[in-house]
Design a protein around this ligand. Sequence first.
Ligand code: NAD
Ligand code: 6OD
Length: 486
Amino acid sequence: MLSIINNFIAGEYVEGSRGNLFDKFSPIDGSLVCKVHESSRDDIDAAVAAARRGQAEWAAMAPAQRAAVLHRVADGIDRRAEDFVAAECRDTGKPHSLASHLDIPRGAANFRIFADLVGNVPTESFMTSTPGRDGALNYAVRVPKGVVGVISPWNLPFLLMTWKVGPALACGNAVIVKPSEETPTTTTMLGEVMNEAGVPKGVFNVVHGFGPDSAGEFLTTHPGVDAITFTGETRTGAAIMKACADGIRDVSFELGGKNPAIVFADCDIDKAIDGTVRSVFSNCGQVCLATERVYVERPIFEEFVARLAERAKALRIGIPSDDATAMGPLISKEHQAKVLGYYELAVQEGANVVCGGGIPQIGEAYREGSWVEPTIWTGVDHSHRIMREEVFGPCCAIMPFDSEEEVIALANDTEYGLACSIWTENLSRGHRVAARIDCGLTWVNCWFLRDLRTPFGGSKMSGIGREGGVHSLEFYTELRNVCVQL
Ligand code: NAD
Ligand code: 6OD
C-alpha cells in the first residue's frame, strides 16, 4: 500500500491545507516510495501557533521533568529502531548496517546527551562593588529562545535532525522541523514517539515541502520563529541568512565542505587506507565531513593510490537489506546527474581516472536507481574544479606532496573549512599540523570519531556557529543578566 506522509502539528498528523502532494521516489529503483503533503503558508501559521502554545507549557516544566521526558523519547526510538532503520533505508537507499549502527542510535543519543547536559551547566556570577554601598550580585540565567525552526538535509536525515531537536527541546524550546523533501519519513515517525513519551502537544512539529516558495521559505521568513538552525548546502544557507536578516533572527549553520586528508609517509598505512576508505565512500560519499581531497607524501604515493583503488573496486555496491552491501545509491536521479557531471568534468579537465567514473551494473530491477561507481582521480592540481567544488559523491582526487609547509598550504587553499584528517605516527607533527588547518574539526589518525560534548561546526563557507555540548546550549538559549543590589 502506498504511504501518505502528513504534517505533524500540535501533536496530530494532519494533511496539508491546500491538498498539494508531492512524490518521493526510491533511489534504489526509481519506484514511488510515498506521497507527501506539502505545507502551505497557512500550515506554517498553524505550526507556529501550536509551537508558541506548546513552548509555554514545556518551558514551565522543571528541567528534570523535561529531561525525563526526553529520555523516554530516546527509549522510544530504541524500541522502534528497526522501523526507523527500515524507513531511513527506504528513503535514502543507504545500507541497513549503516543506518542501524550510525543514523538511528545517534538519534536516540542526541536526546539523552542533551537531556543530561542542561542540568549540569553552571552560569556566571559576579560580586560587584558599589562605592559606599553593600555591593551587588550579578548573575546570568538561561532562558529558551522560544520557537526554533529546524531545516535538515537528506544525507543523514534522522541523525542530523535530532542533533538539533535534542538540544533545542532540552533547553525548553519548541521546534518546527522541515526535513528534506527527499527524506520525509523518519522525522514524521518521530511525532508518534514524542506523543508516547509525553512531550506536550505543539512542542515538536513537522512541516513538509521544498525550499523557495514552499515550506522552507515560509518557515524561515515567519515572524513567529525566533531562530533557525540549518544543515545543508552553503548557497541555501546564504538564502536563509537573508530571510532571517529581516526579523534579526539568530542562525546556526552547518554547511558544505571540500575536506582534505593528509597522509604523511610516517603513517600506519593500513590504518590510513582503512580510514580513507571510510571517509571517502561511507554513505556513498554523502557526508559533509567526507574526504574529497587526499594529499599523500611522495614516498608512499604510488602504494597508497594502488591500495586505495583496490579497496574502492572491491566495495560491494547493492541494496540496503543485503548484509554484504558497503555502498548504496546516491539520494536521487538529480544528484546522480550532478555527480556524473563532475565525473565527466574531471576527464575533460585532464584528470587520470584510477578507478570508477561511471554507473555500476546492479541488475535490471535497479536500472532506474541513482547508482554511481566509487571513483578516484590522480593527475590533478588546484586549477581543477574537482579539487575546489563539493561533489558530495563517492569520489576523491589524490595529489602527491613533498613537505609539511606545502601540504598545509594546499589543505587550506579552499573556500570551505569543515573537517580534515591527518595520518601520521608522529603525534608532535599531528598536533602541529592540526593547529594550522583552517577548519572546524581535525581528526588525527581517525575520521568521524564523535564525542557529542565537543564543538562541531565549520569555518569560512562551511558554517556559522558551533553546536555540540555547551555550545548547543548557547545557541538554543538566551542569556539574561540579573543585578541585585545587596
Ligand atoms: P540543501 O541545502 O539543498 O537542502 C537542505 C534543506 O534546506 C532541505 O530541507 C531543503 O528543502 C531546504 N531548503 C532549500 N532551499 C531553501 C530555502 N531557500 N529556504 C529554506 N529552506 C530551504 O542541502 P541537501 O542537498 O539536502 O544536503 C547536502 C548539503 O548539505 C551538502 O552541501 C552538504 O555538505 C551539506 N551538509 C552539511 C553538514 C554539516 O554539518 N556541515 C551536514 C550535512 C550536510
Ligand atoms: O555527528 C554530528 O553531530 C554531525 N553533525 C555530523 C554531520 C555529518 C554531515 O553529513
